[in-house]
Design a protein around this ligand. Structure first.
Ligand code: ADP
Ligand code: MG
Length: 275
């Protein structure tokens, strides 16, 4: 099945939250048809296990060691953990920080190969992506690359730079906007010059705290229905059932839209003044 990569540029928190929400939603949708495996491959140190109240091992570190000559589903699942917070999702915990980052270098290629053969739906949380980081091969092989963005100037500027860079590498990524409501999606898409796959609403606790075995979707409060709808729409997009929120008709321009260019100029000037 396909590989979905989730990441963000500088200044756009929300990647792990979107990964958790999407994993839960996909597991529900796919049901017995196939499992979902969420791999925490954040080079800055994973926090999926912490958020879910899981142990740090087994995880990406042990999987990388055991699978350096190849990973199959059995090995992937043997190095994953289960939690009632995310039914149907096998979770591969992340490494503990930059010091263990080299481990991920070993992991990415066998993992990308495994994804191509596996019936599992693989979601990989890549954290903040940097040019030339270990994520490259996974981004290259992903069926969908989602870049989390916030609807503020700095986030849009950095996200746009990442999207332009990815496109230069032949990777057609899309943004997922973390925002109060869906109305910003078109605006952000125009400012980015790139399509937006979905919007995940900003919440206040509740569904964003996954620790503990008490998060069945049925218990979401009424005010969380918007979140459920939004994540449902994003899941429908990634499994090819819907065209996404703002479709690729939005012009993907070579030149940054004015708003982004002006904002980028301001950011650069400010960086210069601070030096
Ligand atoms: N949609 C959201 N609504 C409310 N809080 C959020 C949302 N997304 C992220 N957060 C909060 O922001 C912080 C960082 O989120 P996280 O998903 O861990 O970001 P990242 O993985 O990009 O570092 C967390 O405390 C999380 O609870
Ligand atoms: Mg994270």
């Amino acid at each position: 099945m396909s590989l979905i990569a989730l990441c963000s540029a500088k200044g756009s928190p929300g990647t792990t939250t979107v990964a958790l929400l999407l994993a839960r939603e996909l597991a529900q949708r796919l049901g017995r048809a196939g499992g979902v495996c969420l791999v925490d491959a954040d080079p800055d140190g994973g926090d999926v296990a912490v958020r879910l109240g899981l142990d740090p091992v087994p995880g990406a570190g042990t999987l990388a060691l055991a699978g350096r000559h190849g990973i199959d589903d059995g090995l992937l699942l043997a190095h994953s953990q289960r939690t009632a917070s995310l039914p149907g999702v096998a979770v591969v915990a992340g490494v503990s920080g930059r010091a263990q980052q080299a481990t991920l270098d070993w992991l990415v290629r066998p993992l990308a190969d495994a994804a191509a053969r596996s019936p599992l739906q693989l979601l990989v949380d890549l954290g903040r992506i940097a040019a030339g980081g270990p994520a490259g091969v996974l981004l290259d092989r992903a069926g969908e690359v989602l870049v989390v963005c916030r609807p503020d100037t700095a986030s849009v500027v950095h996200t746009r730079s990442a999207l332009v860079r990815l496109r230069g590498q032949g990777i057609a990524a899309r943004a997922v906007v973390v925002a109060r409501d869906e109305r910003v999606a078109e605006e952000v898409s125009m400012a980015l010059g790139y399509p937006v796959a979905g919007v995940v609403p900003l919440g206040h606790g509740g569904p964003f705290d996954f620790a503990g075995p008490r998060m069945p979707v049925a218990t979401l409060r009424a005010e969380d229905r918007a979140l459920q709808r939004a994540v449902g729409a994003l899941a429908a997009f990634v499994i090819g059932e819907s065209p996404g929120l703002v479709t690729p008709e939005v012009a993907v321009t070579e030149h940054a839209p004015d708003a982004v260019r002006l904002a980028a100029g301001r950011l650069h000037r400010r960086a210069g003044e601070e030096r």
